[in-house]
Every structure is written in structure tokens, then in C-alpha cells.
Design a protein around this ligand. Structure first.
Ligand code: KIV
Length: 283
């Protein structure tokens, strides 16, 4: 099956087909998501908080995203893989943004990049798109601005703030973005934006009216029992399952229950050293 293309996403929107999207950071997870037929996989800079143990996404580097993007791309053949551009890899200049986005495509194997912000990055988006790099926008709560925003809070609550996000979305579309993530904005605002754009909106904490939804795979799988954002639904409790499996294994090793003969090799044969003069069995 060929890879999903940005043009197909637009068609899906026109047909009213809802678009699921998930993050992935490694080969085996990407392989499962791809096998299910999820059309969009994001190698998010959320790799920083979910996998690398950082408190925010700010410390994530281009090399981090490159490394994880390569693994995800190797695990997929159908999904469109989007690599997130980390903090400060697209702000200093359009040329730098182009160079870094180019690396994610050329060295990482991604088919698109995502970057955060509205009017401030519109020219950058235009340049990347002009150079053949599909770009997904990201508005509302933009985690790379967490210090400026004062935390992970709902955005666009007042009329001027909502107006700004609405205008930003139009500017990104006009600059050539093939899709826009809307994070933590009121559902009615997400609905207005989704209706006003011809490219699909992908919501996270933005209500049910977006054209698609994105979730961080670790939230969906319940890998961190201490973190349950309101906008995430836990479809599995993998923390508990993994904890149980690891405890069981450690107990078995401590009690000499693992490995058994069935899990060992040559248990019924003499040691290969038996024929070596002077070496006794068992010692
Ligand atoms: O990095 C990420 O996982 C994201 C999603 C929350 C959209 O940007």
C-alpha cells in the first residue's frame, strides 16, 4: 500500500472522513500503528517528556527527533510520518529552518514536518512548502512556548485571543500548510476554524469538531499512571501490565524458576567441555 499523501488528507476532509493521528517514537510502536492503518504518525517533540525524561519539550534537539524519526520510518510503509521541528530549530532564520527541515526529510526519512506558531512562522512555512516540504502547523497551546504561556492551559478563551488563533490558522493555510494541529482550544473555536479551512484540522484537547484527532501514544496506552490529562482517553493500562510482568520475571529469577529446562539448551547432554582433559562436569 502506498503512503498517505497530504492531498489524500484534504480529500478525507472533503468526504467528512475523520482522521486519526498518533505519536510514535520507536520502531515496534510505529509498526503496530501502521498495521492498524492510522494514516498519520507524528514523531513529536513530546519524545522529550514521554521517552527521554525531560519536564518539557524544550531540551529536545534536532538529533533526538532525527534518531527517533528514522526508527519510526523503518516501522512504517503506509502512514505519512511527520517529524516535529524542535525548539529553536526554525526560529532563528528561514534558511536555518529550511536546512533543519531538509535534514528531517532527507536523513530522517519523514514525509512532512510540523512546527508551532501562527503568523510568526507563516513565511517559514511558505518557504518550506515552496521547497517541496509538506508542513503541518500547530496552534493553540504550543508547548515550546510553555514558559511564555505560563503552563499547559486552554488557549483562545477571550474574543481577541480566539480571533488571533483563527487568523493564524487562515495564515498557515494560505502559506501552504497541509494540516493544522489545534491543541487545547475551546471546542466551538476549533469548530469555526475547521469549517473555515479547506485543510484538515487535527485536535488534541480541542473537542469533537476537528477533522481529526491526535493523541500521545503513551497517554493512550497508560504508560504513566501519574499523568492523565483531561483530553486523553486511556485505552490500556500498560504501566500495570509491564510492572506485573517485570515483577514476575524478577521473582522467578530470584527463586530459580527461570529459566527451566525448556528455556535452556543442552540440559540433557554433557558439557561440551567434558571431553577436555582435566575439566570436570559442574566445575
Ligand atoms: O509533540 C507532540 O506530541 C505534539 C502533539 C501533542 C500534537 O505536538
Amino acid at each position: 500500500m502506498a503512503r498517505v499523501t497530504p492531498a489524500e488528507l484534504r480529500i478525507m476532509k472533503r468526504r467528512g472522513e475523520r482522521i486519526p493521528m498518533l505519536t510514535a517514537y520507536d520502531f515496534p510502536t510505529a509498526r503496530i500503528i501502521d498495521a492498524v492503518g492510522v494514516p498519520l504518525i507524528l514523531v513529536g517533540d513530546s519524545v522529550g517528556t514521554t521517552v527521554l525524561g525531560y519536564e518539557t519539550t524544550i531540551p529536545v534537539t534536532l538529533d533526538d527527533v532525527l534518531h527517533h524519526t528514522r526508527a519510526v520510518v523503518r516501522g512504517t510503509s503506509h502512514a505519512l510520518v511527520i517529524a516535529d521541528m524542535p525548539f529553536m530549530t526554525y526560529h532563528p532564520s528561514t534558511d536555518e529552518a529550511l536546512r533543519n527541515a531538509g535534514r528531517l526529510i532527507q536523513e530522517g526519512g519523514a514525509q512532512a514536518v510540523k512546527l508551532e506558531g501562527g503568523r510568526i512562522v507563516a513565511e517559514t512555512v511558505r518557504r518550506l512548502v515552496d521547497c517541496g516540504i509538506p508542513v503541518q502547523g500547530h496552534l493553540g497551546l504550543t508547548p515550546q512556548s510553555v514558559f511564555q504561556l505560563g503552563g499547559h492551559r486552554l488557549q483562545g478563551k477571550t474574543a481577541p485571543a480566539a480571533q488571533r488563533i483563527f487568523e493564524d490558522a487562515k495564515m498557515l493555510e494560505e502559506a501552504g500548510a497541509f494540516s493544522i494541529v489545534l491543541e487545547l482550544v475551546p471546542a466551538p473555536l476549533a469548530r469555526q476554524i475547521s469549517e473555515a479551512l479547506s485543510v484538515p484540522t487535527i485536535g488534541i484537547g480541542a473537542g469533537p469538531f476537528c477533522d481529526g484527532q491526535v493523541q500521545v501514544i503513551h497517554d493512550l496506552l497508560g504508560l504513566d499512571p501519574s499523568f492523565q490529562p483531561r483530553h486523553a482517553r486511556r485505552y490500556a493500562s500498560l504501566y500495570e501490565i509491564i510492572h506485573e510482568a517485570v515483577s514476575h520475571y524478577a521473582d522467578d529469577v530470584r527463586q530459580g524458576q527461570f529459566p527451566t529446562a525448556a528455556e535452556s539448551f543442552g540440559m540433557d547432554s554433557p558439557s561440551p567441555l567434558a571431553e577436555v582433559v582435566g575439566v570436570k562436569e559442574g566445575g
